[in-house]
Design a protein around this ligand. Sequence first.
Ligand SMILES: Nc1ncnc2c1ncn2[C@@H]1O[C@H](COP(=O)(O)OP(=O)(O)OP(=O)(O)O)[C@@H](O)[C@H]1O
Ligand SMILES: [Mg+2]
Length: 245
Amino acid sequence: MAERVTTGISGLDKMLFGGIPAQSQVLLTGGPGAGKSLLSFEYLYRNAKAGNTCIFFAFEEDPKDLVENAKSAFPELTDIDEMIKSGRLIIDREAPTGELISAVGTEDDVFRFGEILAKIENLIRSTGATRVVVDSVSILGILVKDTSTYRKYMLALITNLKRLGVTSIMTMEMENPDRDKLTFRPEHFIFDGIVALYQSGGSTKRRLSAEILKIRGTKHSFTTAPYDVTSSGFRILAAEDIAPY
Ligand SMILES: Nc1ncnc2c1ncn2[C@@H]1O[C@H](COP(=O)(O)OP(=O)(O)OP(=O)(O)O)[C@@H](O)[C@H]1O
Ligand SMILES: [Mg+2]
């Protein structure tokens, strides 16, 4: 069996039958506010605590806001700053959103995309990071005008990350966060795994649930699991907790 990289989120690890197979490139998809950034942040925080070098490439939020949001969502995780200071949890600040957006639709856009991929690769090499988050790859999609160029670059990104041997989570907006309305685009098929965060039903309360849609090369849970964001991290109630396989 392939070596596993624990996410540090116990319910998710159970759904993954131990963790993400090492060197897999996993897509985390969900609607706005589903918790994609926080969950991927927690993955890196837990791995940094375990002694791994981790990089969060923040393309959507200002890195400072990202860290503040994580600290406010997870007040019990009191050593986030310590992890950052230790150099094991790196929040990349090289690609401010404004700079990215200004290249959209210009002659430069494909060039900018290539430049971003090179920066990602260089930082991973120079730090020796083994765990990576790209939040989000949706924003990279608006950088280039045509979808086929986006797909080509996404494939290049995933191939490069795999070659570098890192285990990654990449986030992507889900067009419709309802499970029954799930649709797939060609770029979904290039990932080794897909984890979906749904928001559904309830006129007074949204129901949040997580599902593993695929993980190449391993068995995994086929059951959707309710989750919430607690002061000490994500709590995902895996069916495996209730009825182990
Ligand atoms: N103190 C808190 N600070 C921020 N978010 C919190 C807090 N407590 C709970 N949350 C939950 O976390 C959600 C935001 O999570 P996150 O930013 O990871 O979502 P996202 O899926 O990345 O959203 P987006 O698509 O906008 O990037 C909020 O909608 C809220 O439900
Ligand atoms: Mg986000």
